[in-house]
Design a protein around this ligand. Structure first.
Ligand SMILES: O=C(O)[C@H](O)[C@@H](O)[C@H](O)[C@H](O)COP(=O)(O)O
Length: 262
């Protein structure tokens, strides 16, 4: 695990995009495809087409988004045109948007058109999509880009929720109907599928994240480590093969601070 502190959210976003481009190059070299999961919240704006285009340019590689296969790390069960839709946010603010004629260049799986299905059926249909995509990248996500809530959730895995405390064995996509954060009905990747991924990147900015980060991490010398015993905040339970936390100074402000306790 590596935790990097960036002076600002903008610099954090630049590193996020550069890291993603690096992962995509490795994945495409190995398997011809880059299988990626992307969270909602502030992540789509960080992954704007402009930011990503600059990252491709500084790496000196072609922006081969047509080889990217994107799943939502979680999605709210709302109408397709709702401002709460993570897919819509990724279209509006993120790299799958229309800027520069890039629309549709990468393959992005949402829950659009799942219509009147129940949350359980939507989760199952999304899991079926994922099952069909996984073999192309060797059975796992290359990279999952994750955010954290001020309560310590990630994706739609909330602290103390059954999805975290009593996960269903083998389930890759699950659903909730009682999310503490609105809207209440959501689907989410499970902790198991997150933890099976090659790379995990957390992006967390703002003072609102400081208290929980202070409960998860400790700084020893120049190095950040997980506090032991490990936290039960879902965002602190993610352990991918390679894990990077990108935080800004405001979010890092709670680490090693006695008064950061919730
Ligand atoms: O759909 C969601 O609710 C998000 O995927 C959620 O898990 C998000 O990543 C965090 O709440 C952090 O949000 P911010 O980045 O806006 O703080």
């Amino acid at each position: 695990m590596q935790l990097q502190v960036h002076p600002s959210k903008a610099e954090l976003a630049t590193t996020l995009c550069e890291t993603l481009v690096k992962h995509s190059v490795e994945a495409i070299e190995s398997n011809g495809v880059f299988l990626l999961a992307v969270s909602g919240g502030s992540i789509p704006k960080m992954l704007s087409l402009d930011n990503l285009t600059s990252a491709f340019a500084s790496a000196g590689v072609r922006a081969n988004l047509e080889k990217w296969v994107v799943f939502l790390a979680d999605e709210r069960i709302v109408s397709d045109d709702s401002l709460d839709s993570n897919l819509l946010a990724l279209r509006k603010d993120g790299f799958i948007g229309g800027l520069g004629g890039e629309e549709g260049r990468c393959k992005c799986y949402g829950i659009e058109g799942f219509g009147e299905k129940s949350p359980a059926e939507i989760a199952q249909a999304y899991e079926d999509d994922l099952i069909s995509a996984l073999p192309k990248s060797g059975g796992k996500f290359d990279t999952v880009v994750l955010g954290m809530g001020e309560d310590g959730h990630t994706c739609s895995l909330f602290p103390g929720h059954d999805l975290v405390d009593n996960p269903k064995p083998g389930k890759m996509v699950d659903f909730i109907t009682d999310s503490p954060k609105n809207p209440p009905e959501r689907i989410t990747l499970t902790m198991d599928v997150l933890n099976a991924s090659r790379h995990g990147i957390f992006a967390a900015a703002g003072a609102g994240k400081a208290a929980v980060l202070g409960e998860i991490f400790v700084k020893e010398g120049k190095e950040y480590k997980f506090k032991q015993p490990r936290t039960t905040y879902p965002c602190g339970m993610v352990t991918t093969e390679d894990l990077v936390w990108l935080v800004d100074e405001a979010a890092a402000g709670g680490i090693n601070k006695e008064d950061a306790k919730l």
